[in-house]
Design a protein around this ligand. Sequence first.
Ligand SMILES: Cc1cc2nc3c(=O)[nH]c(=O)nc-3n(C[C@H](O)[C@H](O)[C@H](O)COP(=O)(O)OP(=O)(O)OC[C@H]3O[C@@H](n4cnc5c(N)ncnc54)[C@H](O)[C@@H]3O)c2cc1C
Length: 317
Amino acid sequence: MAEVLVLAERAKPRATCALLTVARRLGTPAAVLGGPADPAARALLGRFGAATIYSVTAPEVAAHPVAARVEMLGELARRRPAAILIASGRDGLEIAGRVAVRLDSGVLIDVVDVAAGPDGPVATQSVQGGAYEVESRVVRGVPILAVRTEHITVAPAPVTPTVSVVRVPFSDRVRAVRGRTVPGDLATAAVIVAGGRGVGSEAGFDLVRRLAAALDGVPAGSHAAAEQGWCPREMQVDQVGTIVHPSLYLALGISGSLRHRSGMHGAGTVVAIDRDPAAPIFQLSDLGAVGDVHEVVPELLAEIERRRAQPVIFVEE
Ligand SMILES: Cc1cc2nc3c(=O)[nH]c(=O)nc-3n(C[C@H](O)[C@H](O)[C@H](O)COP(=O)(O)OP(=O)(O)OC[C@H]3O[C@@H](n4cnc5c(N)ncnc54)[C@H](O)[C@@H]3O)c2cc1C
């Protein structure tokens, strides 16, 4: 059976195991790992069926995470894999797109399920914010699939992996061309506080940042907030920005347009604050406050501060 390359990420063990679970349906899973295949990595990747671990230990791997992974997968694609699987997320989508360009291959994103077909992998894609599912197949080059791994049920299938240390001739392409400050990893954040047009101004957006900090969360913005320049594009939640899956999502002055919902419908608990009781965001929120963000949020901040100041005493019975 042909190999299926899985981009393994130490920081995302569940996502990596989900990709390996999918890869087993398509061929022989081979994990592509940045850094050494230490015993913990070997044990985890082997438990989920990685027959081979391709380990790339060059310094570029840590220095240029996205570009180096593009080079690694580009190099290993010479082995003519049946498919390349990458976990979605901001970096994952960028890597998938860049590898596709490099290999002149087709790429499928928003993949929520994969099955083996007679002519290669058949991917189920969730489109229009989950309103439709379509089945698609790559018809050119090595199929590259960016998988939303939270939709995959992870199942172990233990093997003992063979470790192969790979030398990648990193080209001049692996160079930092631009630096940017990213306020936090939105794609994986557990708590997100997002602000929309309703915060009114850049100064108003400060409430979003303060509430996010108070809740140990990550701030974010709607398309409208990013468009106004109140927050950078990297903080934009929607189907073309970042798709988020926090346990808690607070929406401040966000109406809940379809495109915004596409980016956050995977959130656990949604809390909305909006002055319009008819705002669509209230239809998908678990808890809603109708009011002005400039009044409600300072009260919320004060309450958080008050509770933080009070010691909580647990009494064991
Ligand atoms: C050319 C173009 C391109 C677009 N591209 C995208 C895209 O790529 N992605 C995308 O998601 N959308 C896009 N949109 C659509 C639009 O920008 C989205 O609908 C956006 O998500 C709306 O953001 P919002 O909810 O912050 O603003 P709004 O829909 O304007 O909602 C603001 C909310 O704040 C409330 N509010 C106002 N003042 C207060 C206050 N003081 N206190 C409390 N609540 C208050 C209002 O009641 C309202 O519900 C595009 C639109 C255009 C025209």
